[in-house]
Design a protein around this ligand. Sequence first.
Ligand code: GLC
Length: 423
Amino acid sequence: MTESKWLQLDEKAQNILIKNDRGGFTVPTAGLYPNQWNWDSAFAGWGFSTFDIERAWQELESLFAGQWNNGMVPHILFRSNDPDYFPGPDVWGTEECGPISSSGISQPPVAATFVRAIWEKDKTIGNNRLKKIFPKLKAWHKWFMTWRLTDRNCIFISHPWEAGRDNSPDWDNAMRAINPVGVGEYTRRDTSHVDGSMRPTQEDYDRYLWLVQRGRKLKWDEELMSVNRPFEVADPTMTFILLRASRDLLHMATALGVDNDEISEWCSKLREGIETLRNPDGGFFNAINCQTGEHSGNITSASFLNWYAGIDDDETLKILTKTLEEARYPIPSLSINSEKFDGMRYWRGPTWVVLNSLVGVGLSEMGYIAEATLLRKRTQSLILEKGFAEYFHPIDGTPGGGDSFTWTAAVWLAWASPSNGEY
Ligand code: GLC
C-alpha cells in the first residue's frame, strides 16, 4: 500500500468518527445503532486518541457517566428515545437503576485497556483525567467479579448480548433450553436497516427479549436475578478481556500509588479460571454452558484472545496458524470448517476487525511478530478493498451489516493503519 493511499484512509476513518459524533459520544453507525454502545465507545476513544486526545477522554468519560449505582456500566446508553431502535428504554425498564436511560446488561470491559493507552499517549493531560476515572473502572471490574464470576473463576454472561457476540453459536445450546413463553408481539427494527439473512433469527430474538423481560420483572436486581438463572454461559471473550483489563488497571493503580491488592487478587483468580475454558477434546478455549457443563466445541475469534490476556499457549498457536492460512480475510468469528459456519450472518462466521485488533495486539506483545504482522496486513487489505463496514465475509471479504462503522474506523486508526509503523 502506498503512503498516499493509507493517508487517505486515515482521513476517511477520522471523518467517520467525526460524523458519528453526537456531541461528546459516538454512535456505532447512523440508523442501525442510534445510541451509545459500551465497547464501541471504548474503541472509539482509542481511535480518537490518534488525532484528538481531549475527544478521546471525553468518549470514555461520557460512557462512565452512565454507570449504575451497583458499578455496572450498561451495554447501551439511550441518549435519545429513537423509535427506530428496538428494544428501546421502555422495554428495558431500568429507570431506577442509573443516571442515564440504559439497557440492563453490560459488555466486554475493554475500557480500562484503552484508558491506559490514551493516558500513556500524553500523561500531562492524562494524569488528572485518570485519577477521576480510575475508581469508576475499578467499581465496574468489581461488579464483574461479584456478579459474573463462576465458581471455577471464569466470567459468565447472563444474556447473549452481554458478550458482544450476539448470535454466536457459543450460546446455541443454552438458548435452546429457554422456552420464551409470553414474550408477546413486537416489531424488530434491525431487519428494516439490513437484510434479515445477516441478522439473528426470530427464534433467537424471542429468547433475547424473554431474558430482557425477566430482568425487568426482577427490577434488574443482581441478587434476585442470580437465583435459577435461565441463561449462564462462561465466555472466553469476557474472561480474557477482563483479565487483560484488570492487568492494565493494576498497572494504573501502581502508577497512581493507590492500593492494588484487590485488583491483584482478581488477576490471579481469572488467570486460574482460564484453564477451565479449554475444550477437553480440541485443546482450544471455548464457551461452557454453566447449567450443563457442556463445552460449545466452537473455535471462534474469541478463542484466540489468550495472548491479549498475557497467556501464551502452544496448542492455540497451532490452531491460529491454520486459521490464518485457511481464509483470505481472517479471523472468522466461527471456524470456516464448522458445520454452523454462515459467512454473512453476524457472529456465526464473519470477520470483525475489532477482534482482529485485540488478537493482534496480544500476539505482538508476546513476541509472535510474524503472526501479528500477517493478521494486521490482511486487515489492512480488507479495509482498503472493502471499506469501513461493520463486518466482512472471511473468504471473499464481502462487507456486511452497517456501513461507515465507528469501531472499524477506530481500529484502522489505532492499530491497522501503516501510520502506526511496523511491529
Ligand atoms: C452488535 C454487536 C455488538 C456491538 C453493537 C454495536 O450488537 O454484536 O458487539 O456492540 O452491535 O455496534
